[in-house]
Ligand binder design. Structure first.
Ligand SMILES: C[S@@+](CC[C@H](N)C(=O)[O-])C[C@H]1O[C@@H](n2cnc3c(N)ncnc32)[C@H](O)[C@@H]1O
Length: 206
């Protein structure tokens, strides 16, 4: 029998799946760039991760970064709660014969079979309610091996509410504390529409 904490987490996951899947079904995917974000190039210019590294892309959506990473010789693992983009991405990878995995799961519950080397986090933290952020930070820390790299694209909306939720850097510093993450601010920023932008940081898992 489940305890009440587990069943409320299950309900939240089902709600997230239904909510995001309906956006894909309706074609309301304004966040989608139709190709890899410039943030990926910014990360690749500074990352210490070697070819063959296993990299999780949580909340990947259509996941244009997943085939891009696979073409470069990394082993990406796309992860999303919504079935439609997962199916779409799997079909693309198969068509191109690329080595990668795509998992349909709740990122607040999923665990990799073994610790991974990297996480490419783009418009995923800002997509979930701030009350879920501490659990997400725990997940990111648990997925990564010590010395592994989290590439975090912290969304700056300057506004209230969401998604996307504003990721104030002072709040991010508290969420990803120095005791667990070594911060590097060496990747710049990526512009979005309507004045939004992402601040790009590499966080090394201690
Ligand atoms: C704003 S979209 C961003 C998609 C992609 N990262 C991009 O930049 O195009 C947020 C994505 O997170 C996914 N998502 C939301 N909550 C999730 C959860 N709990 N577990 C896994 N994926 C989730 C949604 O299905 C959606 O594809």
């Amino acid at each position: 029998m489940q305890n009440s904490e587990e069943s409320s987490a299950d309900n939240a996951a089902l709600d997230a799946e239904a909510d995001w899947e309906s956006r894909y079904q309706e074609g309301s995917t304004r966040w989608d760039r139709g190709g890899p974000s410039p943030s990926l190039e910014a990360w690749l210019a500074v990352t210490d991760l070697a070819n063959g590294s296993r990299i999780v892309v949580p909340g990947c959506g259509f996941g244009h970064e997943v085939p891009a990473l696979a073409r470069l010789g990394y082993y990406p693992i796309g992860l999303d709660v919504a079935p439609t983009p997962v199916r779409h991405l799997r079909e693309q990878l198969e068509r191109e014969g690329l080595e990668a995995e795509v998992v349909q799961a709740d990122m607040l519950a999923w665990q990799p079979e073994m610790p991974v080397d990297g996480v490419y986090e783009q418009t995923s933290l800002c997509a979930i309610p701030p009350e879920q952020w501490p659990a997400y930070e725990q997940q990111l820390h648990a997925w990564l091996r010590p010395g592994g790299e989290l590439f975090a694209c912290f969304m700056q909306t300057g506004g209230e509410g969401g998604p996307p939720f504003h990721c104030e850097i002072a709040d991010m510093r508290a969420l990803f504390p120095d005791s667990r993450w070594e911060w590097h601010n060496d990747a710049g920023r990526t512009e979005h529409t309507n004045g939004k932008f992402e601040l790009l940081h590499r966080l090394i898992r201690r």
